[in-house]
Ligand binder design. Structure first.
Ligand code: F6R
Length: 610
């Protein structure tokens, strides 16, 4: 998991690379490097640590050149050392390579190259690429050398390549790792994602697997691996660069929590017409197929998996379709039984998660129809799915997912309405109530955010606890899981999410006077009374109860030490509101503890390796 960026321009590119890398650091930050070509010579600077730390030592901005590459690393092959940091070079230090992915046959290639006399200085798979290109550089034409090298490589890569012998050319190639080409004014770019180059251009070409691009400052051409030119669509991206910045918030995570009313409003925009749900052209699934579905299997990881659990609940409860949710990492290694009347839904913020991608590919072997619920336009998973519903959360930079989660819930809710209407499992009045319910959510979210001071007080009181429990039932049980995950990942405090009634089968033994227990207990006709009973059980054992309850509830405040209120909504929508106080609680506790909130230790934004 790494981030790459490259620029070829009429001007000096060090600042563009530096700014791009600071936006890409969410992809990896154990080491960082850049290379440039100037006066026919390749210069490399790199080091171990985050961008700012390495910059203090090597001063990236002092480097000059009108063509360059940058890389931020999250190590897979070879430890975190300066030698293993990218860019990597060939024996004669004329070819510079940055890489995101894994070259699976690198050991054999390395052995072959060593026999031919190549000298290696790192333990990485990437260095092999530089030497392999050098080995293929027969006629001095870098494009041919790269193409021939790629044909010998197995595995995943997004590559940026410079050659001192062709000082105005930047070569890029992609296979199973994200890579975009940006078309600028007298300058062109490659990058792992769009936000990292958005301050310079919003004109984007998405490279496909097996494609190569050759960029000069005036043009960007795309080829297949046989050297045949391919004309590609240039997409205009309407995210602005500012959306990818913090806009005055202390952390991206806080900014993104606060963006949720806007993100949900955008996700609904144009999709609710009278009493109908309408998706865009890329939705791709016909009414006939939607009516015929007998089963839905949802594949996802982490927070997206929690959204899947709520989706399962909605689909069964309202559209009456049997649904199940699988961890993508487990699904990919078992031979599930899928019939042609099954719809497989992949839920993924990034659209690049390796396990979700592999699970989806496994599912496709059964000939099933697939749908991606995704936030990143043109990402890998959207491109292999039959249909896509975009979540329109905008770029999510904080490693802990927040607005992507609530927009996933909104999309699953809309999809459920569409199915319920087509399959006539709900009547017109029920559909109308559901549509009215979600229309109110952006404003209601705003009122939950207004509770932030109360949540901050709880964080101040309990930030030094070592453990905590999150309990919920029904549609709010996944919110207990999500609340616990948020706390763990940003504050490093141990937390467990549990179905409230399961507590008495074990976890209740943990409860004493020092244990904070978060109850997610909105008022509903299904489990509310039972949850009140569970709250009593914790109270009797001295646990510190913090509850999320529906506005107007008078019972819960009598039992809980702190109550955070959310507005009244439909049962299936309550989870979109109830998760927000838990996101804020995790954020404030982590902030009080001085954690690196947007880049928690050991975590990366998209897990593009297994
Ligand atoms: C947690 C978090 C992760 C992701 C997971 C899947 O806050 O962000 O658990 O949800 O890695 O990522 P996507 O949704 O990009 O497939």
């Amino acid at each position: 998991m790494c981030g790459i960026i490259g620029v070829v321009s009429a001007n000096n590119v060090s600042e563009t690379l530096f700014n791009g890398l600071s936006n890409l650091e969410y992809r990896g930050y154990d080491s960082v490097g850049m290379c440039f070509i100037k006066n026919g010579k390749l210069t490399v600077r790199k080091g171990v640590g985050k961008l700012e730390e390495v910059h203090r030592k090597v001063n990236f901005l002092k480097l000059k050149g009108s063509i360059g590459l940058g890389h931020c690393r999250w190590s897979t092959h070879g430890g975190v050392t300066e030698n293993n940091a990218h860019p990597h070079v060939d024996c004669r230090k004329r070819i510079g390579v940055v890489h995101n992915g894994i070259i699976e046959n690198y050991s054999e290639l390395k052995e072959m190259l060593i026999k031919k006399g190549h000298r290696f200085y790192s333990q990485t798979d990437t260095e092999v690429i530089a030497h392999l290109i050098e080995d293929n550089l027969k006629n001095g034409k870098i494009e041919d050398a790269v193409r021939n090298a790629l044909k010998k490589m197995e595995g995943s890569y997004a590559l940026g390549i410079l050659f001192a012998g062709s000082p105005g050319k930047l070569i890029a190639a992609r296979n199973e790792s994200p890579l975009v080409v940006g078309i600028g004014d007298n300058e062109n770019f490659i990058a792992s994602d769009v936000p990292s180059i958005l301050s310079r251009t919003n004109k984007i070409i998405y490279l496909e697997d097996g494609e190569m691009a050759v960029l000069t400052k005036n043009e960007a051409k795309t080829f297949d691996l046989d050297g045949k030119e391919k004309k590609k669509k240039v997409h205009e991206i309407n995210w602005n660069a500012e959306a990818a910045q913090k806009s005055g918030y202390k952390h991206f995570m806080l900014k993104e929590i606060y963006e949720q009313p806007r993100a949900i409003a955008d996700t609904l925009n144009g999709r609710l017409e009278n009493n109908h749900v309408v998706f865009e052209e890329e939705f791709g699934l016909t009414d006939g197929f939607l009516k015929s579905i007998k089963r839905i299997v949802i594949l996802a990881c982490g927070t997206s998996w929690h959204a899947g659990l709520i989706g399962e609940f909605m689909l069964e409860e309202l559209a009456k379709i049997p649904a199940e949710v699988e961890y993508a990492s487990e699904f990919r290694y078992r031979h599930a039984l899928l019939g042609k009347d099954t719809l497989v839904i992949a839920i993924t913020q990034s659209g690049e998660t390796a396990d979700t991608m592999a699970a989806l590919k496994e599912a496709k072997k059964y000939g099933v129809k697939t749908l991606a619920v995704c936030n990143v336009i043109g990402s890998s998973i959207t491109r292999i799915s039959d249909g896509v519903i975009y979540t329109r959360a905008g770029p999510e930079i904080g490693v802990a997912s927040t607005k992507a989660f609530t927009t996933q819930l909104a999309v699953l809710y809309l999809f459920t309405i569409l199915l319920a209407k087509l399959r006539k499992t709900l009547n017109e009045k029920q559909i109308k109530d559901m549509i009215n319910g979600i229309r109110k959510i952006p404003l209601q979210l705003q009122s939950v955010l207004d509770e932030d001071n109360e949540i901050l007080k709880c964080a101040e009181l309990y930030y030094n606890k070592q453990n905590s429990l999150y309990l919920g039932r029904g549609v709010n049980f996944p919110i207990a899981l999500e609340g616990a995950l948020k706390l763990k990942e940003v504050s490093y405090i141990h937390a467990e999410g549990y179905p409230a009634a399961e507590m008495k089968h074990g976890p209740i033994a943990l409860i004493d006077k020092s244990m904070p227990v978060m109850f997610i207990a909105p008022h509903d006709i299904f489990t509310y009374k039972k949850v009140l009973g569970n709250i009593e059980e914790v109270k009797a054992r001295g646990g510190i109860i913090i509850a999320v309850a529906t506005a107007g509830d008078t019972e819960i405040p009598k039992k809980a030490k702190h109550t955070i209120f959310i507005p009244k909504t439909l049962y299936t929508l309550s989870s979109i509101l109830s998760v927000v106080p838990l996101q804020l609680l995790a954020y404030h506790i982590a902030d009080r503890l001085g954690r690196d909130i947007d880049k928690p230790r050991n975590l990366a934004k998209s897990v593009v390796v297994e």
